[in-house]
Write a protein that binds this ligand. Structure first.
Ligand code: PMP
Length: 386
């Protein structure tokens, strides 16, 4: 019977991140530096809002697009942060995490054979969703430009089948961020074309050396951009599953149909907690951000001292050093590091072939864990150099 299963689903593989994470369980005492989620607890006042929603039996369906008060809070958040105006009534959809926001966006925009530009190395969550829609992922190598997409790198890959360009900045896995000038340059290239930008801004609040500028603020881009964001990273709320889309009304009215038949609505309890997060918790990210910055600086300095090559990432909580000088494929490097020194990192090839020759380390871990993990990595590096 298995031969009857949709071949597109059969062809999807489990992600390289998951593969290595699954192996860690077999290595007692291993230090894991693979996880892409905050190690902080959800702030107390948000937990209480969730508990109050349960106590008050606010446990029914909400409107498909989300609680009106949550959409108002999201509209207020992007208005004050970016001076961007999105109507709570018909330009914002509350989703089950950024993941589902990506799914409804791609399913709304793609048809058979639609090409989707993915600047690699990139988060592995996009490609399977593109393929499930019958779309074709088109990777653009950004590694020679410090993992930043430019108009020059992008232009040769645009065809009349290009339907979407995905931007993921601050980037998973590289932590890099585009400057306003770099965004504007891409905007000028895309402005006159019939295609959409999907700007995944889930790490917008974790940015250390500059302020985040939403791609929807780039001149001419608002009408063709879907912004993806959510509370998973900013408020340490990964398990609550609250994301959202910002998209012009002519797009949102179709996306909300896909959303309706997919999940009806995001969890009502989580939505009440999210209202609290976006009305009284705007500054919740600040202390976490300061701690991430401290860890980033520490981890970066240690890697540089070990002889790794990398630019200092401006955002998210990842570092993506080159392992080119060791001449080992990234999977072999990661496997040996786990096997011989009990440290788990993600091989760069999990983020497309353009991630080969790199590894991803997450610094969403307490300082003493990072310290021990880096000591072990250093011992491995010294052994390979010997
Ligand atoms: N986009 C990127 C770039 C991510 O790193 C992640 C989570 N690792 C997601 C989307 C999914 O986020 P969520 O948990 O809100 O679905």
């Amino acid at each position: 019977m298995e031969n009857l299963i949709n071949p597109r689903v059969k062809e999807i593989e489990i992600s390289g991140i998951r593969k290595i994470s699954n192996l860690v369980a077999k290595y007692p005492g291993a230090i894991t530096l693979t996880i892409g989620q905050p190690d902080f607890p959800t702030p107390e006042h948000i937990l209480q809002a969730g508990q109050q929603a349960i106590a008050a039996n606010k446990t029914t369906y909400t409107p498909n697009a989300g609680l009106p008060e949550l959409r108002e809070a999201i509209a207020g958040f992007v208005r004050s942060k970016y001076s961007l105006h999105y109507a709570a009534s018909d330009e914002i959809i509350v989703t089950a995490g950024a993941s589902q926001a990506l799914d409804i966006t791609l399913r709304t925009l793609l048809t058979e054979g639609s090409e989707v530009i993915l600047p690699g190395p990139i988060y592995p969550g996009y490609e399977p969703l593109v393929r499930l829609c019958g779309g074709v992922p088109v990777y653009v190598d950004t590694s020679a430009n410090g993992f930043k997409l430019t108009a020059e790198l992008l232009a040769p890959h645009l065809t009349d089948k290009t339907r979407c360009v995905v931007l993921c900045y601050p980037s998973n896995p590289t932590g890099r961020v585009l400057s306003a000038e770099e965004q504007d340059e891409i905007g000028r290239l895309l402005a006159g074309r019939d295609l959409f930008v999907i700007s995944d801004e889930i790490y917008s609040e974790l940015i250390y050396d500059c302020t985040h500028r939403s791609f929807a603020t780039v001149p001419g881009m608002r009408e063709k951009t879907v912004v993806i964001n959510g509370l998973s990273k900013s408020h340490a709320m990964t398990g609550w599953r609250i994301g959202f889309t910002l998209a012009p009304a002519y797009l949102s009215k179709h996306m909300v149909k896909v959303h309706q038949y997919n999940v009806t609505c995001a969890s009502s309890i989580s939505q009440y907690a999210a209202v609290e997060a976006l009305t009284h918790g705007i500054d919740d990210a600040l202390p976490m951000k300061e701690e991430y910055r401290r860890r980033r600086d520490y981890t970066y300095d240690r890697l540089i001292a070990m002889g790794f090559e990398l630019d200092k990432p401006e955002g998210a909580f990842y570092l993506f050093p080159s392992i080119g000088r060791f001449g080992l494929p990234s999977m072999e490097f990661a496997m040996r590091l786990l096997d011989e020194h009990l440290v788990a990192v993600v091989p760069g090839d999990a983020f497309s072939t353009f991630g080969e020759g790199y590894i991803r380390l997450s610094y969403a871990y307490a300082m003493d864990v990072l310290e021990e993990g880096l000591d072990r990595l250093e011992a491995f590096v010294r052994k390979l150099e010997a």
